[in-house]
Design a protein around this ligand. Structure first.
Ligand code: RNT
Ligand code: ZN
Length: 473
């Protein structure tokens, strides 16, 4: 394999000595140990370095490939399949859900970005430039998810019920130029008309109607995105509506929300251009006791109205994962939207890492053949670390989890399970954890011309020094 655009520009790079078992034999593979000093005109040495490092990645891959082949797993086929999976990166990690409607950030909605890491994007141009950097570190072609508050309003106030496709043309042009699909989200928070905690379920008809018009406007924006980009735009409806304390009427707000949603979805839009998803939640800040759009509410709504169900990893009881829900719901809903997030004790929206929860989600998608029916979106916002790095870490983790799930000897494990050989099943699940997965992942990154290992951090740091640190605020 030829690596065109390699990012191996670290000063000292040692590749460890590794022992592998091939067939019955144990072989010690003495890998190149590299120590390299970068010089300005040291191109020859740098080329040697690249070649050696590349060959180390290749060698490791070849060994890993044969280890997996022993289990009947085809690593090349897995990587080919993985390259078709798109992850929707969420614009809101880039600026702590602030948007460009006004100068202030999120002010309500029961969600909270904590931290004040310097250099956040303050204009659409900055956010796009930051996302461009992140995409360079992520293998494959992906998507970008916008919220309505990320409109380009040319300094004029545009009310939420008056947003039009032209306010997002800059984003569409950028997506087209970069081969990205776009997804969309109405913004039902950070607004005076949501300040009392209710939007489309409000008892006030004017407020309800305003937010219904917002929902309709957002579907039209997304339809235009889908038309121009040739890939359907998924619109995710999440409303913060709920009570802090014990309600006496749990039903009426739910009736109003269902009615409002029916109005929003009254116009049929071609699913080739636009798809609607609905997202439930257990509680939010300020809606601890009761959320109108609960899981049962939206599961019923999505099933009866043939909408996508959005499962956010942080929207259930603290010990409840979304992985186990997928197989059950796949029998009753056509498509899923995932909001992959990492709740820590509450819906904290930490950056996604390759932990057991993420592994299980990916395994369920792969094992149950749900990838073709699932739109994978990310939903986290951490303002305590470099925001571009947060995108990169989260997205690479998601892709890693999918790759690992694709490297299972599934047919065999199913057979053992059906035969009642749970001993073998458990033994294999445990052994899989120490298979040379990292070598396949590194090779996948190299194949897609993105940095292998932690090399991407240096590039993000450079961008931070050159660009982010120059931003005010
Ligand atoms: C909030 C929901 C919702 C938001 C985004 C910004 O709890 O998860 O998806 O995070 O719309
Ligand atoms: Zn979410």
């Amino acid at each position: 394999m030829k690596g065109k655009n390699l990012f191996f520009m670290r000063k000292n790079c040692g590749i460890p000595v590794v022992s592998v078992v091939i067939g019955d034999e144990c072989q010690i593979i003495e890998w190149v140990s590299l120590s390299f000093e970068m010089g300005n005109d040291n191109n020859k040495r740098f080329d040697d370095f690249k070649e050696q490092t590349m060959s180390a990645v290749e060698q490791a891959y070849e060994l890993a490939k044969s280890r997996y082949a022993e289990l009947g797993v085809d690593t090349d086929a897995a990587m080919k399949k993985l390259a078709n999976i798109k992850i929707s990166l969420h614009c809101w990690q880039g600026d702590d859900v602030s948007g460009f409607e006004s100068a202030s950030g999120i002010s309500d909605g029961g969600i909270l970005a904590t931290g004040n890491y310097p250099g956040k994007a303050q204009t659409p141009e900055q956010l796009r430039a930051d996302a461009d950097v992140a995409f360079k570190m992520i293998p494959g072609k992906h998507r970008f998810s916008l919220h309505a508050i990320y409109l380009e309003n040319q300094g004029k106030k545009v009310e939420r019920d008056a947003i039009r496709p032209e306010h997002f043309q800059g984003w569409i042009d950028w997506a087209k130029a970069n081969g990205l699909g776009l997804d969309f989200n109405p913004t039902y928070f950070s607004h005076p008309k949501s300040a009392d905690g209710f939007t489309i379920s409000s008892p006030d008809k004017d407020i309800r109607d305003f937010w219904v018009r917002h929902g309709i406007a957002c579907r039209k924006v997304a339809e235009e995105m889908g038309k121009q980009l040739g890939t359907s735009s998924v619109v995710n409806f999440w409303m913060p509506d709920g009570f802090k304390d014990i309600p006496v009427d749990r039903l009426a707000p739910r009736q109003r929300m269902a009615e409002s949603l029916d109005k929003i979805f009254a116009e049929k839009i071609d699913p080739k251009f636009e798809l609607d998803a609905v997202e439930s939640k257990l509680f939010g800040i300020g809606s601890e006791t009761y959320v109108v759009g609960s899981h049962e509410f939206f599961m019923g709504y999505a099933m009866s109205r043939k909408k996508l169900i959005c499962l956010d990893a942080g929207h259930f009881h603290p010990s409840e994962g979304i992985a186990d829900k997928l197989s059950s719901m796949s029998l009753f809903v056509d498509e899923f939207l995932l909001h992959v997030s990492r709740p820590v004790r509450w819906d904290s929206d930490h950056v996604v890492i390759w932990n057991d929860d993420l592994r299980s989600i990916a395994e369920e998608l792969v094992r149950n053949d749900l990838l073709g029916r699932t739109h994978i979106g990310l939903d986290f916002f951490d303002a305590t670390i470099n925001r571009i790095a947060a995108w990169v870490i989260g997205t690479r983790s998601m892709i890693k989890a999918l790759l690992a799930a694709m490297l299972e000897p599934l047919a065999e494990m199913r057979k053992w399970e059906n035969e009642g050989d749970y001993t073998r099943r458990l033994a294999m699940l445990e052994e899989l954890k120490t298979m040379p997965f990292g070598a396949v992942w590194d090779y996948y990154c190299a194949q897609h011309n993105v940095p292998v290992g932690t090399a991407w951090i240096d590039d993000v740091r450079k961008y931070e020094a050159d660009v982010l640190s120059q931003r005010r605020g």
